[in-house]
Design a protein around this ligand. Sequence first.
Ligand SMILES: [Zn+2]
Length: 269
Amino acid sequence: MLAAGGGLAVLATGSALACDLALQGQAVQGGLVVGRAPIGASVEVAGNPVRVSSDGLFLAGFGRDAPQAVTISARRPGAADIECEIAVDPRTYKISRIDGLPSRKVTPNPADVARIRADNAAIGRVRKRDTPSADFAGGFIWPLKGRISGVFGSQRILNGKPRRPHNGVDVAAPKGSMIVAPAPGVVALVHADMFLTGKTVMLDHGHGLTSVYIHMSEIAVKENQRVEQGDAIGRVGMTGRATGPHLHWGVSLFRTHLDPALLAGPMKP
Ligand SMILES: [Zn+2]
């Protein structure tokens, strides 16, 4: 199985050439497509070269506001180029406007600002990794089951000022509930106390696909440790900035946030 949860990509050929790339996943904003190109081909997604595994696997991710058409092309010496135009389905996101809030000036404590910057830099370094493993290829399961308390892409507009859209999915569960690795990978970051995200773990699933788990009460893994799908990585908590015990689960292809719920598919009880 190439990618769990998704139907086949919506695929339209952009030219008279047949599209010879096998694509699986969800061609939708926030979605991930796993492709297979002919062995030895180089692949570009929207004009950007991407890593291709020795057996031809590559990833194409579509962000929250991805354009509705993305071209994937594959080239290899001595053969005709392959070009596929992917139709990316648009989504509508939950937008809530809250007006009339007191315009209280919050002056962040400089020490907190410095911590937030350092935390973001560490997370950013993980999102630059481009490792050759294809741990993404077996698909994803939910790392925790519970009520979905926050969906991907939702956004609040406070006093007319848009806030950063929610870039993952929140699953509410009692403190101490076990969180498992949704796919195999290598632990790329363990942090015991990030300012906003508290106890934080990141996994590297290869080819630039990473995932993040935050607000945990306990961490069960160490950096550079390999995990298999279903291995415990920590427990639910509310460390950092959280109003109740929940897991915020994020998945990114490099710096593009994807919707983890699309990768894991409907949650079965
Ligand atoms: Zn969240």
